[in-house]
Design a protein around this ligand. Structure first.
Ligand code: I3P
Length: 456
């Protein structure tokens, strides 16, 4: 994360801190500060476009989400960035930098200090991974040399042309690959999904999958870089469905509850009154409990999708959407994301209509509980706009012969995920953005700053 952002997160903290609960050493930060932490974004990538007209969906009644109470235990952490993630970055004439959280994607901003490249508490959760094309100096540089590498003899414009961004899920999950591709940390589950998707109606809407590869003793999924065809892309991740954890995670948590301090801290950052007295006293919350809390704070439960993060072409990123809940709030975020450009919204709507159609005929979709999957929105100043279905790490096949509707309320045991319901709401929301923007023209300047003026 840029030092600037990190300083701000600390300084602006409105949290009363941890004094309340003994044994807990919470950092003093507030939710709003996360806006620039660039923490917690999901993996994303790009490909080509299409489009067509959309129908007018109806917002359905929010599915009831059964309240589940789970008691705790402890542990759990994610893999942090490893030095080899950087060391491995030489590839033909290009060197790519794999950073941890929020290093600028434009390449035009000064690079962070070594400290910024090191992990901190935030690195234990998800983060943006930025891969930049850098000039090959002919030698592999460890992470502490990145600062030097960035002072390369190219103009901002040249750098921008070479750079691309890869938003990522769990840190350390991505590596640079050959041009136009990306390596994602191997997941048996995700691999199985990609293999099944090869013959499915959803194939045109998921990242290209080119098999598995070994790198430094680790396995990776070799996938298309979805951003490759964009010039300074704007990227938004929307996590789909009314539920973001698997039913089996609930069962496990009941049987062997594990309160996690990292999740407790994340909850406190957003709402110091979020944890129950018991959770306060143990400074920990279980994962399903945290996930459920996230769902109710955001629009997951009420709309069947939520905005996870946005990375804009100017290099800024936001992940402070944990409390973006109402349809009007979501509309505002989308408006800002497209800079008021209604044509981009229309392209997105066309693509979503195609996705909806494909989902309705997809055998894969019928036979899987789709959890934690996102729709990745990407557009650039040329009005190239695309939506992709990504992240199948938690998408699980149903037992033989079983099928899901994806648009009926979830009740524990029925495995419904509310994906289609969420998609309808998402389409409806974008239609509202489009309608509100009617009669306006949008102009994008060269540096992608957007100004809007009445067109009538
Ligand atoms: C994370 C988010 C992720 C989840 C992760 C959570 O919360 O819900 O989807 O990973 O669990 O911490 P947040 O968005 O508030 O940062 P999975 O989807 O893989 O379960 P984790 O901490 O166990 O990785």
């Amino acid at each position: 994360m840029p030092k600037e952002c990190r300083r701000k997160s600390c300084k602006d903290s409105g949290l009363p801190g941890t004094g309340v609960h003994e044994g807990c050493r919470l950092e003093r930060r507030t939710a709003g500060k996360a806006s620039q932490t660039c923490d917690d974004l999901t993996q994303k990538a790009a490909q080509i476009v299409p489009s067509s007209a959309t129908g007018a969906p109806t917002v359905m009644e929010a599915p009831r989400v059964p309240h589940v109470t789970i008691t705790p235990e402890g542990g759990g952490s994610s893999r942090e960035m490893q030095q080899e993630d950087w060391d491995d970055a030489v590839d033909g004439g290009l060197r790519r930098k794999l950073s941890n959280s929020s290093i600028s994607s434009t390449g035009s901003s000064a690079v962070e200090s070594e400290d910024d490249l090191l992990s901190d508490n935030e690195s234990k959760s998800k983060g943006i991974i930025t891969l930049e094309h850098l000039v090959d100096t002919g030698e592999s540089k460890p992470w502490w040399k990145l600062k030097t590498i960035v002072h390369w003899p190219f103009s901002v414009t040249q750098r921008r042309k070479l750079n691309w961004v890869q938003l990522a899920g769990h840190k350390g999950n991505f590596k640079a690959a050959d041009e136009g591709n990306i390596l994602k940390k191997f997941s048996e589950n995700e691999m199985r999904c990609f293999e099944k998707l090869r013959d499915d109606a959803l194939l045109p809407f998921v990242p290209g999958y080119h098999g598995t590869v070994e790198r430094d003793g680790e396995s990776f999924l070799h996938m298309t870089d979805l951003l490759a065809n964009f010039d300074l892309p704007n990227v938004m991740d929307c996590k789909m469905g009314v539920r973001t954890y698997l039913e089996e995670e609930l069962v496990r948590a009941r049987e062997r509850p594990k309160p996690r301090e990292d999740l407790y801290k994340k909850m406190m950052e957003v709402d110091s009154e979020g944890p129950t007295p018991q959770e306060h006293s143990q400074c920990g919350v279980t994962k399903p409990r945290y996930m459920q809390w996230r769902e109710t704070m955001s629009s997951t439960n009420t709309l069947g999708f939520r905005i996870e993060g946005i990375k804009k072409c100017d290099g800024t990123c936001r992940t402070d959407f944990k409390k973006t809940r109402s349809k009007q709030d979501v509309i505002q975020v989308f408006k800002d994301f497209v800079g008021g450009n209604v044509n981009i919204i229309k392209s997105y709507l066309s693509r979503l209509a195609e996705i909806r159609q494909a989902l309705k005929t997809s055998q894969f979709f019928r036979q899987h509980e789709v959890i934690g999957s996102s729709l990745l929105f990407i557009h650039d100043h040329t009005s190239n706009a695309q939506v992709w279905i990504i992240d199948f790490g938690k998408t699980t096949a149903l037992p033989e012969g079983q099928m899901l509707n994806h648009d009926i309320p979830w009740q524990e045991g029925n495995q419904e995920d509310g994906y289609l319901w969420g998609l309808e709401n998402l389409i409806h929301t974008l239609e509202s953005v489009s309608n509100e923007g009617r009669g306006k023209e949008t102009f994008c300047s060269a540096n992608s700053q957007t100004t809007e003026r009445d067109g009538q």
